[in-house]
Design a protein around this ligand. Structure first.
Ligand code: ZN
Length: 259
């Protein structure tokens, strides 16, 4: 890896940090955005709209062959499954009921204990093996707006973050990440921080979500994160607490040490 791509990677990592209640925290939304980019996830807008749970919409899952025949003849589709529980597990169950084999499993769920995770992320896979269609009816719109989208066979990732505002992502991926592959991304385990001052070159580390930074290899001061000032989320930096130093301390997550 070149130093330029190292810098690009480091700049991206800096944006994954936010200040949480009383300390640094993972910016959950930014980490999912970064994962989507890393995986090259292709947008799946119809599924994303489904899992976003917008109130008032009426969803059906229909075997694609029957949906196409119904729209040709103007008749109601047979085999349609009304979707009321809009979770990947319930949608997969409805697809199987409609004769379209579909699997789902969870690849990540934060528990957030002893880590810098504040807002929890959940990521599930929806593996569509036989195409099905989604129909959406919005009774609130004049004439009732109806739309249909075909969900092609493939692997779809569904990610949700509940706070600070509910966010949903759905994208089609070529390779499904495993939980252990996600755990190798420092911002997913989020148990260790590194912090370096660009001027006095003091180095610190933070552990297990505690808002305290301890010196690395030097007799420098330990400090509580709220002793630094002027956290800048865009750069992941905070004012250096060393007396007389005007530098910025650059904070990033570290991968877990090999056990
Ligand atoms: Zn400094």
């Amino acid at each position: 890896m070149t130093s330029q791509s190292n810098r690009d990677r480091d700049r991206k990592q800096a944006r994954l940090i936010a200040t949480g209640e009383g300390g640094f925290a993972v910016d959950a939304v930014a980490t999912v955005d970064a994962l989507w980019e890393a995986l090259g996830a292709a947008p799946a807008p119809a599924l994303e709209a489904l899992f976003a749970h917008k109130p008032g919409l009426i969803w059906h899952l229909v075997p694609t062959v029957q949906a196409a025949a119904a729209s040709r003849t103007g008749t109601a589709s047979t085999g349609a499954q009304r979707l009321t529980d809009l979770t990947p597990a319930a949608v997969a169950a409805a697809a199987n009921e409609a004769g379209c084999p579909t699997l789902t499993w969870q690849v990540w769920s934060d528990h957030g204990r002893d880590s810098f995770i504040v807002h929890h992320r959940r990521i599930a896979v929806l593996r569509v093996m036989t195409a099905w269609s989604l129909t959406r009816f919005d009774p609130a719109r004049t004439g009732g707006a109806y739309s249909r989208a075909e969900i092609l066979p493939g692997d779809y990732l569904v990610a949700t973050v509940d706070h600070p505002v509910p966010a949903v992502w759905c994208g089609r991926v070529e390779v499904v990440p495993t939980a252990s592959a996600l755990a190798e991304r420092p911002e997913f385990t989020a148990k260790r921080l590194a912090a370096d001052c660009t001027v006095c070159h003091q180095r610190w580390y933070g552990l297990d979500g505690k808002p305290r930074l301890l010196p690395v290899d030097t007799p420098g001061p330990a400090w509580w994160i709220d002793e630094g000032s002027g956290f800048a989320a865009a750069t992941g930096t905070i004012g250096c607490p060393v007396p007389g130093c005007t530098g910025r301390v650059w904070v990033r997550f570290l991968a877990e040490p090999e056990s």
